[in-house]
Ligand binder design. Structure first.
Ligand code: CA
Length: 228
């Protein structure tokens, strides 16, 4: 799950990024409305956490503009404005959820998972591939392979969930890179291949197919090898 955090308080933004990364999310931070627009123009996100008091404008006006432009990204407003009128204004302007500061990080993560689940049209936090040979719980960042829990590193988890959610479609190396690292980090060109290699070692050699010149997808033949 790739998240855009719009927050001008650098300390809070960093805390959010670190805390939510531990929940399996890949986070980009924008410290202003202008930076948020730039991120949205050049990347695709699964959800947004939006502060309202931004240095170059009000977050609600920004949200309203996004909705007018047809931007349907799920947005959770995270703010100190805590009156009923504030909350109703937030929803009026297009917020999908509203949480007031101070907040609990676990609750924020749970709300973001729920937003993502609803926007993806899923009824539960569970994903599976090939009749449950591979099962993922998105809310708890846990994977099971043939009924056994599997330990995955954070990047492996992000890569695997992106591929399972693509449901057999090919994802390019660039798309996977954005899901794993966001914009902020410069990483080596071979990094995705390394994570794919580790996932194959843990979950079966034919779990992930390399589609030459295009990218990666979950393997159609995985079903056969994954059955006991
Ligand atoms: Ca602020």
């Amino acid at each position: 799950m790739r998240l855009l955090i719009v927050e001008d308080n650098a300390l809070l933004a960093d805390g959010l990024r670190c805390g939510l990364q531990l929940q399996g999310m890949t986070c980009d931070v924008a410290g202003s409305a202008a930076a948020a627009n730039a991120h949205l123009a050049s990347g695709s996100y699964d959800a947004c956490v939006l502060d309202l008091g931004l240095p170059d404008g009000d977050g609600l006006a920004l949200l309203q503009r996004w909705r007018t432009q047809g931007q349907c990204l799920p947005v959770l407003v995270l703010t100190a404005r805590d009156t009923l009128d504030d909350k109703l204004s937030g929803f009026d302007c297009g917020a999908d959820d509203y949480l007031t500061k101070p907040f609990d990080l676990q609750e924020l993560a749970a709300r973001l998972h729920a937003l993502h689940r609803r926007s993806a049209g899923r009824a539960s936090d569970w994903l599976q591939w090939h009749d449950g040979a591979l099962r993922l719980n998105l809310a708890h960042c846990q994977a099971w392979y043939q009924g056994q829990p599997v330990e995955l590193a954070r990047r492996e988890w992000a890569l695997l969930t992106a591929l399972v959610q693509a449901n057999g479609r090919v994802l390019s190396t660039e798309q996977l890179h954005d899901q794993l690292y966001g914009f902020a980090q410069e990483v080596g060109s071979n990094t995705i291949n390394v994570h794919v290699h580790h996932l194959r070692k843990k979950l079966g050699a034919d779990l992930i197919e390399t589609v030459r010149g295009l990218g990666f997808r979950l393997g159609a033949s995985y079903c056969r090898s994954a059955q006991p």
